[in-house]
Design a protein around this ligand. Structure first.
Ligand code: IPM
Ligand code: MG
Length: 357
């Protein structure tokens, strides 16, 4: 059956990098991948065209699709807007609207790029971590929230950190399924010494792993220590599972261990296996429109899409091998450029990738 992929280029470098990823999908379609692509609006581009960062039509198309490929959202142009209609709200609305609770953020160090890390090579060489971030709950979505005026006239900002047991259970299960296919080690990250909500998180994580995945070695870590351990000895981790906000923060730190945030894809999955795939870097407004962005994170997101939503693991493997091949050839976009390598632009990298395929 034909699979439907909704393409949402978004803002900033989004359209440039997505164009290269679409080239890869088109190439695979020519080899028999049965996909149909639709395109929609999201983020600032959607606000400009339709007055909303997530138009109804985009959400409706996303619900019908087997997978969504997203570029990036946001930029200084939309910063003055009310938080309710900022581009980021489009992304959050899509995550919530599709129930994409499980966010997989791999941090893999490509040996060819070891010198790009700010850490010593022996600390990061061979690094391969998977951060599983809860994506539709926690403080990002908790009610009540807002900015209110107190009786004394002073303003107070407030947000709420909430997790129900079922939300913790399903994200821990999701992380366990991944750990089972890897090193069978899971580290659950919380702040159980201070926050009751994550005291419950720890308790539920322990119960799920003990009763359903006894083969997995589970450890717990406070988030402050986890941040330190990530930069001290990152190779101690296999799979990490954590809350929405902790995962947001830790995954940026983990990404930078690899020295190249422009290389890292992500997948956000719901209970039906429907997924949204996006590079973990943002819209990079400073280089938007220059054609120099690194499209590899988006192309690797296509590989994750093939693996997790389109049931085409073989094609996913081929894309990942093609990425290694272009790096071996010495081709580098400016963000990963180093001495003796050949600098290419966004389009050049996309073309080289298709050629390697
Ligand atoms: C991310 C981003 C988003 C988040 C923003 C753009 C809303 O930082 O995907 O990590 O905070 O989740
Ligand atoms: Mg983030």
């Amino acid at each position: 059956m034909t699979k439907r992929v909704l393409v949402l280029p978004g803002d900033g470098i989004g359209p440039e990098i997505v164009a290269e990823a679409v080239k890869v999908l088109d190439h695979l379609a020519g080899e028999g991948l049965d996909v149909e692509l639709d395109e929609g609006l999201i983020g600032g581009a959607a606000y400009d065209a339709a007055g909303s960062p997530l138009p109804e039509s985009t959400l409706a198309m996303a619900r019908e699709a087997d997978a969504v490929l997203l570029g990036a959202v946001g930029g200084p142009k939309w910063e003055p807007l009310d938080i309710a209609v900022r581009p980021e709200k489009g992304l959050l609305g899509l995550r919530a609207g599709l129930g994409l609770f499980s966010n997989l953020r791999p941090a893999i160090l490509y040996p060819q790029l070891a010198s790009a890390s700010s850490l010593r090579p022996e600390i990061v060489s061979g690094l391969d971590i998977m951060i599983v971030r809860e994506l539709t709950g926690g403080i990002y979505f908790g009610q009540p929230r807002g900015i209110r005026t107190l009786e004394n006239g002073e303003r107070q900002g407030f947000n709420t950190l909430v997790y129900a047991e079922h939300e913790i259970e399903r994200i821990v299960r999701s992380a366990c399924e991944i750990a089972m296919k890897r090193g069978k080690r899971l580290c659950s990250v919380d702040k159980a010494n201070v926050l009751e909500c994550t005291e419950l998180w720890r308790e539920v994580a322990t119960r799920v792993v003990k009763s359903e995945y006894p083969q997995i070695e589970l450890s717990h870590m406070y988030v402050d220590n986890a941040a330190m351990q990530l930069v001290k000895w990152p190779k101690q981790f296999d799979v990490m599972v954590t809350t929405n906000m902790f995962g947001d923060i830790l995954s940026d730190a983990a990404a930078m261990l690899t020295g190249s945030i422009g290389m890292l894809p992500s997948a956000s999955l719901n209970e039906k296996g429907q997924g949204m795939y996006e590079p973990i870097h943002g819209s990079a407004p400073d280089i938007a429109g220059k054609g120099i962005a690194n499209p590899l994170a988006t192309i690797l997101s296509v590989a994750m899409m093939l693996r997790y939503s389109l049931n085409e693991a073989g094609m996913a493997d081929r894309i990942e091998k093609a990425v290694v091949a272009v790096l071996d050839k010495g081709l580098r976009t400016p963000d990963i450029m180093s001495e003796g390598m050949t600098e290419v632009n966004c389009e050049g990298m996309g073309d080289a990738l298709v050629a390697a395929l």
